[in-house]
Write a protein that binds this ligand. Structure first.
Ligand code: NAP
Length: 304
């Protein structure tokens, strides 16, 4: 078993990382680093430097912090010669993740920028099906209720929190994984609440006739769908990449996200075995380009 420390004990750490690590024969959760969060029965630190110094036996650090505070912690862990796993999005900016990738290389350690949605049940099948087809158009609809999924997470609407791109980047991580040809952004419109520094909704236009509609204000049924028209048929991924439809008929998958994090930790174990890194920034390039190219629309103030 490989000893691992979890940093940032908040919603995703407790909902997904702790259960995935506990259930795996590869991993032992040996420490946490969090100002307030704790995991019963696991040694807790409040500062990364203290954990790195006190526990040289812990070789891997998995970061579940929001993107803005993540860089300094990742840098400290890599400088201390530890392997690092990053929650999505891997950083607040592209440049800081480039710096982490270079540092990991120089240190000879593994850096894994995870994209949990790529592990959804139907994504691999969708990638195979699209592999030898030509995309004619695509439509992504990612609409969820921020109050339900991110209750009170003020950081998400602060600068660098990415707003609606926090879930939207999950769709883009699937998109960039399943398309046979690379895609890039050609236009965007971003809705910023008058009292916030990150968008609450966004509409994107990309090459290959692909559009995306992201919205954090969806009450009632939630939508995480992607649909593609190709030269030979129609493919839809529903429920965040978990259900597959071909030409309107169910074609596989399972309506649960519980397999995604175990798959990420299994992949991290493989990367360690191969002494390799996996840092694909293509989903984040689309988000950065949306901020660069996007027209800004001011909408009504938002409160949790
Ligand atoms: P969260 O509940 O707000 O937890 C993040 C934890 O990070 C906090 O509990 C906090 O713990 C620590 N932290 C350290 N510095 C912080 C700062 N400046 N601001 C806020 N928290 C800080 O957030 P989360 O939902 O777990 O999301 C964390 C990351 O996981 C994000 O990148 C998100 O995109 C990703 N993610 C979230 C979900 C989800 O469903 N929520 C799903 C997949 C991925 P202490 O106060 O104890 O230090």
């Amino acid at each position: 078993m490989t000893r691992i420390a979890l940093v940032g004990i908040g919603k995703i750490a407790l909902d997904q990382h702790v259960p995935a690590i506990s259930a795996s024969p590869d991993w032992e959760l040996a420490a946490t680093v969090s100002r307030q969060g704790r995991v019963d029965g696991v040694e807790g630190f409040t500062r990364i430097e203290d954990m790195l110094e006190a526990r040289p036996d812990i070789g891997v650090v998995s970061l579940c912090l929001p993107p803005v505070p993540r860089f300094d912690v990742a840098q400290a862990a890599l400088r201390a010669g530890r392997h690092v796993m990053l929650e999505k999005p891997p950083g607040a900016t592209l440049a800081e993740v480039h710096a982490l990738r270079d540092l990991a290389r120089a240190q000879g350690v593994t850096l894994f920028a995870t994209w949990h949605s790529r592990e959804a049940h139907a994504v691999a099948a969708a990638r195979r099906w699209l592999g030898d087809r030509r995309i004619e158009s695509g439509r992504i609809t990612w609409r969820e209720d921020v109050r339900k999924w991110h209750p009170g997470q003020e950081w998400i609407f602060a600068a660098g929190g990415m707003g609606v791109f926090d879930p939207g980047i999950n769709a883009l991580s699937i998109l960039t994984h399943i398309l046979p040809e690379p895609v890039h952004l050609t236009g965007a419109e971003l809705d910023f609440p008058a009292n916030r520094d990150a968008p609450i909704a966004a509409r994107l236009e990309m090459t290959q006739g692909i559009t995306a509609d992201f919205d954090f204000r969806q009450e009632g049924p939630q939508t995480w769908d992607m649909e593609f028209r190709t030269d030979r048929g129609h493919l839809a991924l529903r429920m965040g990449g978990n259900l597959l439809e071909i030409d309107g008929q169910p074609a596989g998958g399972a309506d649960t996200i519980m397999g995604e994090y175990p798959a990420l930790y299994a992949q991290m174990a493989r990367l360690l075995g191969e002494n390799a890194s996996d840092v694909d920034l293509s989903p984040m390039v689309l988000v950065a380009d949306a901020f660069t190219l996007g027209r800004r629309v001011t909408v009504e103030p938002f409160a949790f």
